[in-house]
Design a protein around this ligand. Structure first.
Ligand SMILES: Nc1nc2c(c(=O)[nH]1)N[C@H]1C(S)=C(S)[C@@H](COP(=O)(O)O)O[C@H]1N2
Ligand SMILES: [Mo]
Length: 312
């Protein structure tokens, strides 16, 4: 991951907060509809369907969310293109329905879940999370989803289940430029079981009260707010309970630069740049990066006794 140019979002693209607030009031005033009628983002639609009954989560941060337009027009999704401002356009016809996620591996009852089954697992919550990309930009996003643990708890793991391995959708016909990115696909990621079971580990199905747009990982993705962004794997098709630490895409691509843990840590630099500061999308000045991206109180104990310099 190279930084080719600094984050540069035209001022005209930045949605004033008032617009977002008005939109929220509008959403709140809409009559309640049933989740059963849920529609995913589909080609030709300007915006996705809206969720009802999204509870506010106590796990949200109070930071002001980054505008929708910025979150959806500055993306990393290498299957489509390495041009962050071009993902939205390249991914706009991505077919995300029908969709299934296969849950398999070291469990007694492996099976495929439809999106309707996934949406029925737990009540949807709005989780406003900080996001820090390993390349140095950051944002604050109001995701919609529920803790990954709610899904994992539906399955009976065997004694061998120690890690969770994740896999993204991949198809060369839908992602014809994937080869140019220089990393192997399908994109894979992994978590230690206790990390995956942490309440902050989020299975996201929406953004700003709508279903996820393709560029942000529709129809379902992981969001790991205390880790660098590359751990937050998009467009999930497989969740596998495994015995050994699974391979992860950026570690396969450059092991000396991207580790398995990838916890946000301003004291451990990337071999080619400092991780001490970050540039929030739309801002003009860098600011200090926080240990575990500001989630230290909640997650630091997961790593007690571990050398965070070696386990980068
Ligand atoms: N399948 C897949 N997932 C992915 C990526 C990717 O290229 N492919 N990029 C990762 C990186 S580096 C980041 S920073 C985040 C970006 O998420 P966003 O575009 O929704 O902000 O997605 C992560 N998940
Ligand atoms: Mo990233």
């Amino acid at each position: 991951m190279l930084i080719r140019k600094s984050v540069d979002i035209p001022y005209s693209e930045v949605t004033p907060k008032q617009v977002y607030l008005n939109r929220r009031e509008l959403l709140a005033s809409l009559p309640a509809a049933l989740v059963a009628g849920y529609e995913f983002f589909s080609p030709g639609k300007a915006r996705a369907a809206k969720f009802d009954h999204v509870n506010k989560s106590p796990l949200s941060v109070s930071d002001e969310p980054t505008p929708y337009k910025s979150i959806t027009h500055y993306n990393n999704f290498y299957e489509f293109t390495t041009d962050k401002t071009g993902v939205a356009d390249q991914a706009k016809n991505f077919r995300t329905s029908p969709w299934t996620v296969s849950v398999e591996g070291q469990i007694k009852n492996p099976r495929k879940l439809s999106m309707d089954e996934i949406l029925a697992i737990a009540p949807l919550e709005e989780r406003i999370y900080r996001h820090r990309c390993v390349e140095g930009w950051s944002m604050v996003a109001p995701w919609v989803g529920f803790s990954l643990s709610a899904l994992l708890k539906k399955f009976e793991p065997t004694e061998k289940a120690k890690y969770i391995a994740f896999e993204s959708y991949f198809s060369t016909s839908q992602m014809p430029h994937a080869d140019y990115s220089g990393i192997p696909f399908p994109y894979v990621e992994g978590l230690r079981m206790d990390e995956a079971m942490h309440p902050l580990a989020l299975l996201a199905v929406g953004l700003y009260g709508d279903s996820l747009p393709p560029q942000d990982g529709a129809p379902v993705r992981l969001v790991m707010p205390w880790k660098y962004g590359f751990k937050s794997i998009k467009s999930l098709v497989k969740i596998k309970f495994v015995e050994k630490q699974p391979p992860t895409t950026w570690n396969l691509a450059a092991a000396n630069e991207y580790g398995f843990y990838a916890n946000v840590n301003p004291q451990v630099d990337h071999p080619r740049w400092s991780q001490a500061t970050e540039l929030p999308l739309g801002a003009f000045r860098r600011r200090p990066t926080m240990m575990f991206n500001g989630y230290a109180d909640q997650v630091a104990s997961l790593y007690n006794g571990m050398d965070l310099r070696n386990n980068y």
